[in-house]
Design a protein around this ligand. Structure first.
Ligand SMILES: [Zn+2]
Length: 322
């Protein structure tokens, strides 16, 4: 049966009707900025009703950035989305839409999307890391989405990588997010631009604010300063990934989000670091791949989770690794 995935982000709300095979049959988007602060719940409900028009669906799942108690279908903390905090979203949305509605952390939903339809579709064990403004994560082991006791598990972005590192948005110092997110790339680019003012990166920084995509572009044009920023980011990322490989022994690590577009400048050093730091046999098995679904992973994963398939989805034994 089809189900609806709703990806609630800082810039847009995307709702899609998704078939069991992972095809988006219908989709709608609302810019979050245009929604009055007290109309968020109403707008999510409207997006669900609009997108389901003419389709048979048997449930919806909301993918929300922030701290989510999956078991209670509650969002405890969501930056800029305070209207949906601390209420029973399953009841609230169920009453408005007539559907069974669940709630999931957005990175967990995206991880499930990649696991079912993307970079991890042929495996039972996958770690997903998304490099955006922050770093989100999701872990699937034996075909089960790892949530932990409160549904708050899988926060891979807030593992401490360097105790003396920069301050993280969470208040801690030296988290993976503080060292390898898009925001971290921009911070480090400013520092390197100051140190190397005659590099292309340095010259651009004098003209205007340098964005993550500028660093990727300049690296592609051969600017050593920009390349060094991305390589350093890749090393930090790889140190984190090596830990995840040691802990979870995944078959696939999928890297999503905007920063994954910087390609081998980040991924190359990250892979090298995993080979140096993770242990055999885990490091020999793991494939570190760029995620394949792009920004649709949240909608696809949320819809698949709305079907309640988590934990029921494992490969045919003949396709498993020994
Ligand atoms: Zn943190």
């Amino acid at each position: 049966m089809n189900a609806i995935g709703v990806d609630i982000g800082g810039t847009k709300i995307a709702a899609g009707v998704v078939s069991p095979e992972g095809e988006i049959l219908n989709e709608t988007r609302y810019p979050t900025q245009a929604i009055p602060p007290n109309r968020l719940i109403e707008t999510i409900a409207r997006a669900i009703m609009e997108v389901r028009e003419g389709f048979e669906v048997d449930g919806a799942c909301l993918a929300v950035p922030g701290f989510v108690l999956t078991a209670k279908n509650k969002v405890i903390f969501a930056p800029n989305l305070h209207e949906i905090e601390n209420i029973r979203l399953d009841e609230e949305m169920g009453r408005r839409t007539g559907l069974g509605v669940t709630v999931e952390n957005d990175a967990n939903a995206a991880a499930w999307g990649e696991f079912r339809f993307g970079a991890g579709k042929n495996v039972d064990h996958q770690v997903f890391v998304t490099l955006g403004t922050g770093i989100g994560g999701g872990v699937i082991t034996h075909g089960v989405l790892l949530r932990g006791a409160q549904g708050a598990g899988g926060e891979l972005g807030h593992v401490t990588i360097d105790p003396a590192g920069p301050r993280c948005g969470c208040g801690n110092y030296g988290c993976l997010e503080a060292l390898a997110s898009g925001t971290a790339v921009e911070r480090r680019a400013r520092e390197v631009a100051n140190e190397r003012p005659r590099s292309a990166l340095g010259r651009l920084a004098i003209e205007r604010q340098v964005l993550g995509e500028d660093v990727t572009r300049l690296a592609g044009e051969g600017d050593e300063a920009a390349i060094s920023v991305l390589e350093e980011t890749g090393v930090w990322l790889g140190i984190g990934l090596a830990a995840f490989v040691n802990i979870f022994n995944p078959e696939v690590v999928a890297i999503g989000g905007g920063a994954s577009r910087s390609g081998e400048f980040i991924m190359g050093p990250a892979r090298k670091e995993v080979q140096l730091r993770a242990r055999s046999p885990s490091r020999d098995l793991v494939k570190i791949r760029v995620a394949t679904l792009g920004p649709e992973s949240g909608v696809l994963g949320a819809a698949a989770l709305a079907r309640g398939e988590d934990g029921k989805y494992v490969l045919d034994p003949s396709r498993r690794v020994a």
